[in-house]
Design a protein around this ligand. Structure first.
Ligand code: NAD
Length: 314
């Protein structure tokens, strides 16, 4: 072969599943909503192969389109090149069945914040995949220890709480459950480093550090709005300029997804019993109306198709 003969792999990276020294090569993500898409982009960007599983073709198609849109926006910002985009997409396989994750080393669950749903998925996976496979959940508030007790590999389940938007936020909380082994923590830490994240270790407790601390702030901003103290836009501007926040609390809630924010508050309220976690009625109303924030185009704000705020709603 001539020196100038470049193979496709040299440009786009390998699209084959190959063995790596640390044994972390093939990753699966179950659920391709806001977090699943961000995880797929982040992991594929770091050179690993990813299998993404959604519940049906419609959700799979939508997730793929949104991921391509997100990469196109990154290209406009000059943070990704066209060839990097191709390489990233070539490392992602889109699937509808859990069977396809059989050979994965790490499986990351990122489905809706619903205990029964997550438990059911882990129980099915437990019967399907190899013994060594590590189970990760991205849950923000739910107990993985409870799930661990219903599967055979209770030492191999760990929380990795990534934050939105995953490609841009450098943090992950490593959540150690009652039975998580030190070996599993070590593997999760290595994986976090491999995808460019700094990890902090936390014990399982409702909301860990980040969700527990941010939720009362979001809720308080919603009550300020409810009590008519200021408009959504002015509340966010006050917090951004006053405290040097990148996004205001209502904007943040819209980005996170209002159904997810409500689910976190319900669990924190139920498990910790503190009034500060009692969800503001405005949040309940928006969720009832399926105005879930940026992902549905409307929440505290209205959004255009590129996710840019076009109007303050309330
Ligand atoms: P989301 O609603 O955007 O996405 C959830 C996805 O799961 C949907 O696309 C849904 O179709 C899919 N799903 C549901 N059942 C499924 C099944 N049986 N098989 C495969 N896919 C299925 O939610 P999200 O915001 O991405 O949150 C996912 C998880 O990440 C939650 O546990 C949440 O608490 C956590 N989390 C969210 C954020 C955030 O800011 N949104 C931050 C940190 C952690």
């Amino acid at each position: 072969m001539e020196e100038n003969d470049l193979k496709l792999e040299d440009i786009f990276g390998s699209t084959h599943f190959s063995d790596d020294a640390d044994g972390i090569n093939l990753i699966a993500i179950i659920g391709a909503g806001i977090m699943g898409q961000g995880l797929a982009q982040t992991i594929a960007s770091s050179g690993m192969n990813v299998i993404v599983v959604e519940k049906d073709s419609e959700h799979l198609k939508k997730a793929k389109e949104l991921l391509i849109e997100s990469l196109d926006q990154d290209i406009k910002r000059w943070s990704v090149t066209e060839s990097e985009k191709k390489a990233i997409l070539s490392r992602i396989n889109w699937k509808k069945d859990l069977e396809s994750v059989k050979k994965c080393d790490i499986i990351i669950e990122a489905v809706t914040e619903d205990f029964k749903l997550k438990e059911d998925i882990f129980q099915k996976l437990d019967k399907l995949v190899k013994e060594k496979t590590i189970f990760v959940s991205n849950t923000s508030t739910l107990s993985l220890t409870k799930i661990a007790e219903t599967i055979s590999r209770s030492d191999k389940i760990i929380g990795m709480h990534f934050l939105n938007p995953v490609p841009k936020i450098p943090l992950v909380e490593l959540v150690k459950c009652l039975h998580t082994s030190n070996e599993t923590v070590k593997i999760a830490k290595t994986f976090a480093t491999k995808i460019g994240k700094t990890s902090v270790e936390v014990y399982e407790y409702p909301g860990f550090v980040t969700t527990r601390a941010i939720v009362p702030l979001l809720n308080e901003a919603m009550y300020i709005l409810l009590e008519g103290v200021a408009t959504a836009e002015h509340i966010d501007t006050a917090m951004k300029l006053g405290y040097n926040f990148k996004n205001g609390p209502l904007e943040m809630a819209d980005m996170m997804g209002l159904d997810e924010v409500l689910a976190w508050m319900e669990t924190l309220w139920k498990t910790l019993g503190e009034p500060r976690y009692r969800a503001c009625p405005i949040l309940r109303k928006l969720v009832r109306e399926r105005k879930l924030g940026k992902k549905t185009g409307e929440g505290f704000y209205k959004y255009d198709k590129n996710g840019k705020i076009i109007a303050s709603k309330i």
